[in-house]
Design a protein around this ligand. Structure first.
Ligand SMILES: *Cc1c(COP(=O)(O)O)cnc(C)c1O
Length: 409
């Protein structure tokens, strides 16, 4: 086990330590919530000011061509592609993750017209399930959403299933699917695999092409640090690109948007999955955020993330035996977060935040801590554990103000 001194030694040898300067974090805060909203990359504010004041303010509508706004989503897509193991022209950036679930799932269902079942994980993030259910209702004709627990997923995949919609890393527990193996199982049943990478992209290396994924979606504001409500992304395997017809057939996905023709002809390739006018302000923020990954070896990010998780688990189990670990101990079986369960989880997290350690709470009883190796040190983890130990030992959480639920938890 690492104590304070060996944590400092680890930090001295950390090959990623210089990347901390690429982020702005408030003094006195240990930020363990980059899995909910990533920290702000340095230089992002300047970039936004330039887009607003110089590009928009001075160029006005000319900015679409002269400032390259129209090609910005494709530039951002190329930067995300490197992080998720996707080839050129397979990623589209825009809309929210929820909307991209709808877009990819509707495309997948149309590729398996004889089948009527959407299969997902019963513990999937609610919006994925809500959107899938909404799409099944919209389509009617016997379409249904079926769910199974992760442990029963392989058995639940049968010949009635058109598409399987799974989040690679469970947002509560941090448990991680084996993407390549599960995708093989899905394909063996003749179904299509849609992977939600909200807790994967930017957290560790993802290999969409190599895993043979059919579709993927993911968000821009968690480990990619694109800012609150940043545009999301989607992936379509090259083999499907020319055969899908978008359900949300917007003009930006048209072959010639500025021909203003009456009939919809999809653009060739991934461009057909774009819908409306790209949000240039938030897209610029996302691009600036992705520049923080320049020259970053994602294998090193994974290794350090696993070390930070191991360290946090060991420190918390030693100091706070009343907290029950719900994240797998096996490094291979988890993403980049550690979660503990406690009946007073909400109040404990509020007290911890008041002490400068920001994590988050997920109903009903989960304390969740995200590990973001680009801006966290081993010493931060030990310090966070010390503070949580004090919150528990001195019952700092046991105050009425910490039980009041905020609108966003
Ligand atoms: C965060 C998250 C989302 C968020 O969807 P939005 O449309 O961006 O609000 C969706 N799915 C998963 C698995 C998530 O973790």
């Amino acid at each position: 086990m690492l104590d304070g001194t060996s944590a400092l030694e680890k930090d001295r040898q950390d090959p990623l330590k210089a990347f901390r300067d690429r982020f702005v974090l408030p003094e006195g805060v240990i930020y363990l919530d980059g899995n909910s909203l990533g920290a702000m990359p340095a230089g992002l504010g300047q970039r936004i000011r330039d887009v607003v004041e110089r590009q928009w303010g001075e160029r006005l509508v000319r900015g679409w061509n002269e400032a390259g706004w129209i090609d910005l989503p494709a530039r951002v897509a190329a930067k995300i592609a490197r992080l998720v193991g996707a080839g050129d022209g397979t990623i589209a950036v825009g809309d929210s993750t929820s909307v991209n679930v709808f877009k990819t799932l509707s495309a997948a269902l149309a590729l398996r017209p004889q089948r009527r079942v959407i299969l997902s994980d019963s513990n999937n993030f609610p919006t994925d399930l809500y959107i899938a259910d909404g799409l099944a209702r919209l389509l009617g004709q016997g379409y249904e959403l079926r769910t199974a627990a992760a442990a029963e997923m392989h058995e639940a995949i049968d010949e009635t299933v058109a598409a399987v919609l799974l989040t690679e890393v469970d947002y509560r527990t941090g448990w991680r699917y084996d993407m390549a193996q599960t995708t093989d199982r899905i394909h063996a049943a003749g179904a299509l695999a849609i992977w939600d990478l909200c807790h994967s992209a930017g957290a560790f290396p993802v290999h969409l092409d190599a895993a043979n994924a059919d579709f993927a979606i993911g968000c821009g504001y968690k480990y990619l640090n694109g800012g609150p409500g940043a545009p999301a992304f989607l992936y379509v395997a090259p083999r499907h690109l020319e055969s899908i017809r978008p359900a949300l057939s917007g003009w930006m996905g048209h072959q010639a948007p500025f021909a203003f023709t009456h009939d919809y002809t999809p653009a060739s390739g991934i461009a057909r999955m774009t819908v409306g006018t790209p949000p240039i302000l938030s897209m610029s923020a996302l691009e600036a955020a992705l520049d923080a990954f320049d020259g970053v070896d994602m294998n090193l990010v994974r290794e350090k993330s696993q070390d930070l998780c191991d360290l946090f688990i060991a420190e918390i189990e030693r100091r706070c035996p009343m907290l029950e670990l719900v994240t797998p101990r096996d490094r291979k079986q988890r993403g980049s977060q550690v979660s503990f369960r406690h009946r007073q989880g909400y109040a404990i997290m509020q007290a911890l935040i008041a002490e400068g350690v920001i994590g988050d709470f997920r109903a009903p009883d989960i304390l969740r801590f995200g590990m973001t190796p680009l801006y966290l040190s081993h010493a931060d983890i030990v310090r966070a554990a010390e503070i949580l130990e004090r919150v528990m030992a001195e019952s700092l959480w046991d105050r009425a103000e910490f039980r009041i639920r905020a609108k966003v938890t």
